[in-house]
Design a protein around this ligand. Structure first.
Ligand code: LER
Ligand code: MN
Length: 271
């Protein structure tokens, strides 16, 4: 298992230069700490230069573990289940662009907030729209050898797909081998009855793993039992990334990223 760090970048559309600056600084910081990869959020792949990212990857010696897509929902309301046809087809087209970016720079494409919300609608109808949308993107992704991961989010962030079971059921109905599950300890701590049990139950589709402690501080500063979780991940033979996605606490981005790395690598090395 390799360690990755989610790095924050400013909105690429409005300030492409700042995005590259942030990216370069974030990648250098992650490398200096010891991480193997970074995970980035990209609102619009059209304004990202894959050649530049690839040269940074090479120069710094770091991989891209995953690409987050939620900014397209937050800033532009693109959603795979929007009632507005333009926003729904826009989400599909945008995700296909994320797929192309991924085929260029690497990383799984994350389906988080871009799933949209159920609201007052009938859940079955929303599920059907979602399955259809993800399938279209997944078929496109298959041509590029790219994988998509769907992430259950806790109830305070979304009213659609909160648990590993619900999400796994949808992944089963999509039934494509390039669509898998992303589990995040912060969300699991709120929604799962038993974190280790859910990991074990869905081991066959688990493709990516986010870690933050119970308070979304760096692992080690809350009450999640990472020793037990990592033992479970070892036992199921998980070989994807462990990606640190926490608030810059304690002590700011660099300090918390360093503390997270030290704490997790100690556990991974059995100390
Ligand atoms: C994204 O990976 C995530 O966990 C969300 O909570 C971010 O909104
Ligand atoms: Mn997450």
């Amino acid at each position: 298992m390799k360690l990755s760090l989610v790095i924050s970048t400013s909105d690429a559309a409005f300030d492409a230069l700042a995005f590259k600056g942030d990216l370069e600084n974030g990648m250098k910081m992650a490398k200096n700490i010891g991480y193997d990869a970074v995970e980035i959020a990209v609102r619009d792949p059209k304004v990202v230069d894959p050649e530049k990212i690839n040269s940074l990857k090479k120069e710094i010696g770091l991989d891209i573990s995953a690409i987050g897509t939620g900014q397209a929902y937050l800033a532009e309301k693109f959603s795979l289940t929007s009632e507005d046809e333009k926003l729904r087809s826009g989400a599909i087209e945008r995700l296909k662009e994320h797929v192309e970016l991924s085929s260029n720079i690497g990383g799984l494409v994350i389906i988080g907030l871009i799933r949209g919300m159920v609201g007052s609608r009938k859940k079955e109808n929303v599920v059907d729209m979602f399955v259809e949308g993800v399938r279209e993107v997944a078929e496109y992704a298959k041509r590029f050898g790219v994988k998509l991961v769907i992430e259950p989010l806790n109830r305070y962030e979304s009213d659609f797909l909160n648990t590993a079971d619900e999400t796994a059921q949808i992944i089963e109905s999509i039934s494509m081998d390039n669509v898998g599950l992303l589990l995040d300890t912060f969300h699991m701590n709120i929604e799962e009855r038993n974190i280790e049990g859910s990991i074990r139950k869905h081991k066959d589709i688990l493709m990516h793993f986010h870690v933050a402690d119970s308070n979304r501080w760096a692992p080690g500063y809350g009450h999640i039992d990472f020793r037990s979780i990592f033992k479970t991940l070892f036992e199921i033979g998980y070989d994807g990334y462990i990606s640190v996605e926490c608030m810059p606490l304690p002590g700011g981005t660099e300090f918390s990223s360093k503390k997270a790395y030290e704490y997790l690598s100690k556990i991974l090395n059995g100390r």
